[in-house]
Design a protein around this ligand. Structure first.
Ligand SMILES: [Zn+2]
Length: 449
């Protein structure tokens, strides 16, 4: 796609703040995929509309680093500092500029601010507890690990090695210690645990300081026969995954961090690998910080990958929940709550709310549109198309619905379908041809070069 930057039009205008599928959002998606050139274009567009968007300015600068245009990166970092000299982003920008200088003068061997290569499919959102990144401090490696002497000792060592082997160079390393008192991770073997549990990792924090992690591994099954070395290896891999900072569980069975393993897994899955790598690229909120070191207050990187935990949004959600409780037969209330969940990236909750709204009023536009947007986010192409189709059938003359559907189809390279949607629109609403956004799409479809 050439310069093709059109935002989805706000479709839910009846619901106050509504969906704005903006350049900035798109840009973050592209940035996350490692498409820095594309992201750069989108951020540029956002800044043309919203020059005050400081976060966008900062990540715009980062995207220049990604495409190796350091001069322009520096210029944008300078603008961030100028715009808001006391902000966290200004601080980060000056660090970035100093790194660029080091790079130019040959003091620094490494490129400034390594964004790293793109990370593929992962489950970082569940790895992070409450949107917070917990992991060990890279500058305080190697980790000290104590493993209780046992016939399973080498299985646990092998499990730890399996994580270290797939981690990025110079991130995770460890040494074994015989003294559990100064260890970061303490592995012991136990005869019993809570029913149904074969292993347990307990993460301790005090303030934002990450304290030693305790892993307990069971050595026998329910029938009291000892686990195989393979079983113990997997068990240790899983619990060590938690101890390294993957706090939640993967929803997919093929991952070692799935909540319940049934089969022996020889190698960590690509998703396990990606998640761990990403975890150690993000800025920790909880870590074994060095003296005087504190968590990054406004990490753009973390925002991009795990979403901004917005306290105000939580309050809004609480309020919307109260409204729904008071008046549960109101489709608009459910839809509003769905929108808030959507904004906070709680997509399953959002789907539930929109579906509730549609149980009350099956043709409620805003809820259908909301569902289409959620499925767009969760990558359920067919489900999104079903909802978009309903919308354009229900309101064939509506510019926004047709536009959004067409844009979505274009994004999935379904130009013919997109053209059909736009032509239908123009048939029932001839004025639509004069709309700027519709024109843009039409032009693009005629001349996609
Ligand atoms: Zn677990």
């Amino acid at each position: 796609m050439k310069i093709f930057i059109i935002a989805l039009i706000i479709s839910l205008s009846l619901i106050n703040s509504a969906f704005a599928y903006k350049n900035y959002e798109w840009g973050k998606v592209e940035f996350k995929k490692g498409n820095y050139a594309k992201a750069n274009e989108l951020f540029k567009n956002e800044l043309a509309e919203n020059p005050e968007n400081l976060k966008c300015r900062y990540i715009y600068a980062q995207s220049f680093v990604g495409i190796n245009n350091l001069a322009k990166a520096q210029k944008e970092y300078e603008k961030v500092i100028e715009q808001s000299p006391n902000s966290e982003l200004a601080k980060l920008s000056s660090i970035a500029i100093s790194k660029i200088h080091g790079y130019y003068s040959g003091e620094s061997q490494e490129p400034p601010i390594t964004l790293g290569s793109p990370i593929g499919d992962n489950y970082i959102q569940v790895a992070a507890h409450n949107g917070k990144i917990t992991r060990w401090n890279i500058s305080k490696m190697p980790l000290k690990i104590y493993i209780e002497p046992s016939e399973y000792y080498t299985a646990v060592v092998a499990a730890m090695d399996s994580w270290v082997k797939i981690s990025e160079p110079k991130t995770i390393s460890y040494t074994l210690t015989n003294n559990y008192k100064n260890a970061n991770i303490i592995v012991t073997f136990v005869a019993s645990l809570d029913p149904g549990k074969a292993g347990l990792s307990t993460t301790h924090t005090i303030g934002y300081f990450l304290k030693p992690n305790f892993i307990k591994l069971k050595t026998t099954n329910a029938a009291n026969s000892p686990y195989s070395q393979e079983k113990l290896f997997n068990l240790a891999q899983h619990e060590l995954g938690h101890a390294l900072g993957i706090l939640g569980h993967s929803p997919k069975e093929a991952d070692i961090m799935y909540f319940q393993l049934s089969n022996y897994i020889k190698n960590l899955s690509q998703r396990d690998i990606n998640t761990l790598k990403l975890l150690y690229r993000l800025d920790p909120d909880l870590s074994n910080f060095a003296n005087g070191e504190t968590p990054m207050v406004n990490s753009v990187k973390n925002d991009v990958f795990i979403g901004n935990k917005d306290g105000r949004l939580d309050k809004k959600i609480q309020k919307a929940v109260d409204y729904v409780k008071k008046d549960p037969k109101n489709a608009l209330n459910w839809t509003k709550l769905g929108n808030l969940y959507y904004y906070s990236r709680q997509y399953q909750n959002a789907i539930t709310c929109y579906q509730k709204a549609l149980e009350i009023n099956s043709s409620f536009d805003a809820a259908i549109s909301g569902l289409a947007f959620v499925y767009e986010k969760t990558g359920d192409f067919n489900k999104a198309v079903t909802q978009f189709t309903k919308l354009v059938k229900q309101k064939p003359d509506d510019l926004n619905y047709a536009h959004n559907f067409a844009l979505y189809l274009i994004y999935y390279k379904k130009s013919n379908e997109a053209l059909r949607i736009l032509n239908n629109l123009i048939k029932v609403n001839p004025d639509a041809k004069n709309d700027r956004n519709i024109k843009n799409l039409m032009n693009y479809l005629k001349n996609p070069g």
